[in-house]
Design a protein. Structure first.
Length: 245
């Protein structure tokens, strides 16, 4: 019995080590992308920072869906009137990093581990600003609309919802979108061939981008009275959309 228990503990430990190694590998790739500004994080989170300053002058509650390590969000929130930060992410390791990233914000930090669609379906706290970056596109169309409806239900009357998501060109289908990304290999020279191939494979398997008109129409279907595009990435792979009640 002791031998079986030791074997089980050894197997569990090895699985944990493998998961941590995979997380570290993905994190290193992600940080290369951010550091080289390949996805225009600086511009996007600069826009977020500006909107927070303009739209949220009083203490506000901020919900960061699929927050990851929250480094970029923490930077955007620095110096703002943040009164409460909520973050949702599926990865416990990411939330550990987020806790460190957010430690200097002068407000309560509430981090919740779980699937963001499930968490939002049961969400009960009212918030003023909801942000989701490069994550909503993993859901199918009905799941996207349902998530938007759940966000609308949790927003205060004058609240604001922003999404930053990959977007198909008007004349483009899903496969053509990925082929266009593959053609950018030389631009993404900071990544190794293995890293780029892994990213390309993940996108083709798990990403479901929409056209700009569809992203806006989904917001209106969810009940938002205003839905508009406010930023286009220079490489035209993604856009930021803003929704108001």
């Amino acid at each position: 019995m002791e031998t079986l228990r030791n074997q089980a503990e050894s197997t569990a430990s090895a699985a944990t080590d493998d998961a941590q190694a995979m997380f570290n590998k993905h994190l290193a790739t992600y940080r290369k992308i951010v550091g080289e500004n390949l996805m225009f994080h600086r511009e996007v989170y600069g826009l977020l920072r500006t909107l927070l300053s303009q739209e949220m002058p009083k203490p506000f509650k901020f919900l960061d869906i699929a927050c990851g390590d929250a480094v970029a969000s923490a930077g955007a929130l620095k110096g703002s009137a943040i009164g409460h930060y909520y973050g949702i992410d599926l990865s416990p390791q990411s939330l550990d990093l987020a806790r460190e990233s957010l430690k200097d914000l002068p407000c309560p930090i509430d981090l919740r581990c779980g699937d963001f669609a499930e968490e939002m379906a049961d969400w009960s706290d009212t918030v003023d600003f909801v942000w989701i970056g490069m994550s909503l596109h993993h859901l199918q169309p009905d799941g996207k609309v349902r998530l938007m409806k759940d966000v609308r239900d949790t927003l205060s009357r004058d609240g604001l919802f922003l999404i930053w998501e990959p977007t198909l060109l008007d004349e483009e289908n899903r496969e053509e979108h990925f082929d266009r990304f593959s053609a950018y290999r030389n631009v993404w020279a900071a990544l190794t061939d293995e890293e780029f191939a892994a990213m390309d494979a993940h996108m083709r398997l798990a990403d479901f981008p929409e056209k700009a008109d569809t992203w806006k129409a989904m917001g209106r279907e969810a009940g938002f009275s205003e839905a508009e595009q406010i930023f286009l990435m220079p490489n035209r792979f993604g856009r930021v959309y803003q929704y108001r009640n």
